[in-house]
Design a protein around this ligand. Structure first.
Ligand SMILES: Nc1nc2c(c(=O)[nH]1)N[C@H]1C(S)=C(S)[C@@H](COP(=O)(O)OP(=O)(O)OC[C@H]3O[C@@H](n4cnc5c(=O)[nH]c(N)nc54)[C@H](O)[C@@H]3O)O[C@H]1N2
Ligand SMILES: Nc1nc2c(c(=O)[nH]1)N[C@H]1C(S)=C(S)[C@@H](COP(=O)(O)OP(=O)(O)OC[C@H]3O[C@@H](n4cnc5c(=O)[nH]c(N)nc54)[C@H](O)[C@@H]3O)O[C@H]1N2
Ligand code: SF4
Ligand SMILES: [Mo]
Length: 730
């Protein structure tokens, strides 16, 4: 195990340069892949292509295995998506495998919930216990008496399917805490969610999409290529001076919650002065007349009052944007769990993009392409008969039903309406940290008869669970292949790099053990090999399965492809078959057909708006306990602007009490002019309850304790930036 302990200097040097790491990978010679059943780990040095699982990007990895131990993770230069990059988090994943704090065997709670007393048990006992508890709940409350919540991941499908086969309609997924509003807004406009051709763009505007810290591939890499090499201009709006702000040509420290006013101001100029793409608008869109009338009142002077951005700057950006189109985009962002009107703000962006005609053209927005792939056909189950506990049909009729509405679900579970829910199954998710108002999540756990968590480490949610089913780390397991759509689509494969170090199992096997005891095993009657071989069948390369084992990624020629939808008879997947500037479907569902601006709630005297955001070396609340990453930011702090700080006598390092209607935390101050005076910011993932995360336990503060419950009105997505806090020196 010593072999994994690369010293930190080497780690920082290598992760700092993707190119250096790629070069290192190619020096290692030809790829050899792990031979299952033959003790492949016995060979002295192997390079195993696989796929990172530390965030949603799924970068391609070459794992260097030395004498059965993972020595180093390198980027796989064959991936057109990760573009030869493996970030610090991806590199540091090797530490998770050999982390002495990780989960090593199934556990059943032995003390009170949250007391931290556990009884190590066999897999048989853990499965028997879980199945018994779920069956008891089913017989008392029906299968709908259970919630199955999860975050994306290649094995998530088995978990979700188990919930459905068990008969529960209450599947709730992470998009409703993340990108549900942006997805719905672009779908409502274009019938699909496009990608952004940043490497070829000449002009990019971003509302708080902090791409140089919140890494999205290939976007982050492409921006390095286009913006940092001065080929493209970047206009960036964020109440914080982020790393992205530092690379932008223009940074506007916008008044929070007013981006829609900025966009409507731009639309007023572009539509009013006739500098939109007339051919595109006439040929491909509907509702332009209504838009024209609608944006008349949203003048740049009006927008200046709302946003704090000078009118002449809004006019300048509007002209530059229209002139650069179609090689110009108002980038959509990913985490759109911001404000209660988030859907409408993203709709305004989509409309602005549409009127300058940057659709399906080089340097603009491009519909996602894919590569064909086979599918494993398993036995289908009857659809759950009960309606969803979050009443999504009634509350958010346009939202993605399969993902649910997490915060509404929690409200309804807590009130016991429309029916009681007493069991909670959690996969690859930490709701204690990922949901606002942690006290409510704790109450939700409290009122459950049973909670089980499938994770590889002791998350805060696992800490309060009744049973913990430890999943093998991604480097220890083979997962389904995944088609990653995009302008440069790729199929990626995650194959086992080393055998599980501890008594853990891949999720499919965990689910199969449970399904057998729940008498639903017929639906899970296959192996991971059956699954991936069926997927490999339709992939258009020779011997696709072998190819993926050797390369980890399949790319097919012919991409990027522009202009497929710009054929006269193309029907967009919208009600009108056109790009919908004004939307009848929204109107029929009781929403504004065009984005109507509503000013954000004002903070009262002494209050600050709490805003969230990422750092490049942490994923959510997930790896603040990773010793390598922990060194970058060993504790979180509250960013406070010097102006209020001086007024309140606060200096960097002072201990503060931060309070909202949801709760109170203590955290040290970081006084900085990199944030507006009306906002405060803290990094996510600290102040943990779980004592098994020694570095993050009771260290700094937990943002989820202070964030209040609020959601976007159309998509039901969480609205994380609607919380006001007061701060006090203690
Ligand atoms: N306060 C606050 N809340 C937020 C956000 C925020 O910034 N601040 N961001 C929101 C956004 S955008 C998102 S996407 C969500 C994310 O919310 P979560 O999905 O809850 O995010 P993570 O903290 O990454 O938690 C994932 C859990 O999965 C575990 N895990 C990781 N890999 C595996 C695996 O291979 N198998 C298993 N079984 N478990 C695994 C980790 O150990 C961790 O406990 O949070 C949302 N909520
Ligand atoms: N390193 C790293 N990369 C990641 C992740 C990670 O955890 N770590 N998570 C991945 C996931 S799941 C997601 S969803 C994405 C999230 O990536 P992004 O969509 O870029 O979202 P965030 O970084 O959460 O932050 C958004 C920014 O918005 C700013 N902001 C707050 N309020 C406003 C406002 O009213 N207007 C404007 N213009 N800006 C505002 C915040 O200060 C913050 O800098 O990142 C992905 N990539
Ligand atoms: S961006 Fe980093 S953490 Fe995310 S998949 Fe890629 S290498 Fe892994
Ligand atoms: Mo996210």
């Amino acid at each position: 195990m010593e072999r994994t302990l690369m010293d930190r200097r080497t780690f920082v040097q290598v992760t700092a340069s993707g190119a250096a790491a790629a070069a290192l990978a190619s020096q290692l010679g030809c790829l050899k892949h792990f031979e299952k059943g033959k003790g492949g780990t016995e060979a002295r040095e192997l390079v195993v292509p696989t796929t990172c699982e530390v965030c949603p990007n799924k970068c391609s990895v070459l794992a260097v295995v030395d004498d059965g131990v993972i020595h180093k993770l390198n980027p796989n230069p064959e991936s057109p998506r990760s573009r030869g990059m493996l970030c610090a988090r991806g590199n540091a994943a090797v530490k998770q495998v050999y982390d002495p704090d990780r989960l090593k065997q199934p556990l059943i709670r032995a003390g009170a919930r949250g007391e931290g007393k556990w009884r190590p048990v066999s897999w048989e006992e853990a499965w028997d216990y879980t199945a018994k508890k779920l069956s008891e709940i089913k017989s008392k409350y029906g299968p709908q008496g259970t919630v199955w919540s999860s975050t994306e991941g290649f094995q998530e499908v088995f978990f979700k399917n188990c919930g459905l086969a068990f008969g529960s309609p209450n599947i709730v997924r992470h998009p409703t805490l993340c990108l549900a509003s942006v997805n719905l807004a672009y779908s409502a406009t274009f019938g699909t969610v496009p990608a952004f051709d940043l490497v070829n763009a000449d002009y990019v505007i971003m509302s708080g999409a902090n791409r140089f810290e919140a890494i999205i591939i290939p976007d982050t890499m492409d921006l390095i290529g286009s913006v940092m090499l001065k080929k493209a201009k970047l206009v960036y709006l964020d109440p914080r001076f982020t790393v992205t702000a530092s690379k932008a040509d223009t940074w506007f420290p916008i008044r929070p919650g007013t981006d829609m006013a900025f966009i409507l101001g731009m639309l007023n100029v572009i539509v009013g002065q006739g500098i939109y793409d007339k051919d595109f608008v006439a040929g491909y869109t509907t509702g332009f007349d209504k838009l024209q009338e609608h944006v008349q009142k949203y003048t740049p002077d009006w927008a200046e009052k709302e946003t704090g951005i000078p009118a002449k700057e809004i006019i300048r950006v509007a002209h530059e944007f229209a002139a650069a189109a179609p090689r110009a985009c108002y980038y959509s962002g990913r985490r759109s769990s911001w404000y209660q009107n988030d859907f409408q703000m993203r709709r305004a962006q989509a409309i602005l993009n549409a009127v300058v005609g940057n659709w399906d053209r080089e340097g603009g927005m491009v519909p996602n392409a894919s590569i064909p792939m086979g599918e494993y056909l398993f036995m289908p189950w009857d659809d759950p008969t009960a309606s969803r506990v979050d009443e999504i049909d009634k509350t958010f009729p346009l939202a993605a039903k399969g993902d649910g509405a997490y915060l509404k679900l929690r409200e309804n579970v807590l009130s016991g309406q429309p029916y009681p829910v007493k069991g909670w199954m959690v996969y690859k998710q930490d709701p204690m940290n990922a949901l606002p108002e942690q006290a409510k999540t704790l109450k939700m756990i409290d009122q459950m008869d049973f909670v089980a968590v499938i994770d590889f480490q002791m998350s805060d949610t696992a800490w309060y669970a009744d049973v913990i089913l430890p999943e093998s780390h991604y480097l220890e397991r083979t997962d389904p292949m995944e088609m990653m759509p995009g302008i440069w689509p790729a199929i990626v494969y995650r194959q086992q790099v080393v055998k599980p170090v501890y008594n853990t199992k891949p999720n499919l096997e965990i689910i199969q053990g449970l399904a057998k005891r729940l008498q639903i095993s017929d639906y899970f009657d296959y192996t991971i090999d059956d699954w991936v071989k069926a997927q490999a069948k339709d992939i258009p390369v020779q011997n696709a399965f072998d190819y993926l084992q050797k390369h980890g990624v399949v790319v097919t020629p012919g991409f990027p492809k522009y202009g497929k939808t710009l054929k006269g008879d193309y029907r967009f997947i919208t009600k009108s078959g056109k790009v919908e500037l004004s939307s009848d479907r929204l109107q029929e569902s009781g929403y504004d057909p065009l984005p109507v601006y509503k000013p954000p709630t004002e903070p009262q005297a002494g209050q600050f708006r709490m805003i969230l955001g990422r750092r490049a070396y942490y994923t959510h609340a997930n790896n603040t306990n990773n010793p390598w990453l922990h060194e970058f930011d060993p504790q979180n702090h509250l960013w406070v602007n010097p102006e209020p700080a001086q007024r309140m006598g606060i200096r960097t390092g002072d201990l503060l009490e931060v309070s909202s209607r949801a709760g109170t935390v203590r955290i040290k101050a970081h006084v900085t002019d990199e944030i507006r005076p009306d906002c405060v910011f803290m990094l996510h993932g600290f102040g943990k309850h779980s004592r098994w995360q020694k570095l993050a336990y009771d260290n700094g503060a937990c943002d989820a304790q202070v964030l209040e419950t609020s959601w976007d009105q159309v998509s039901g997505n969480a609205a994380f930036h609607e919380t006001f806090v007061t701060i006090r020196k203690v």
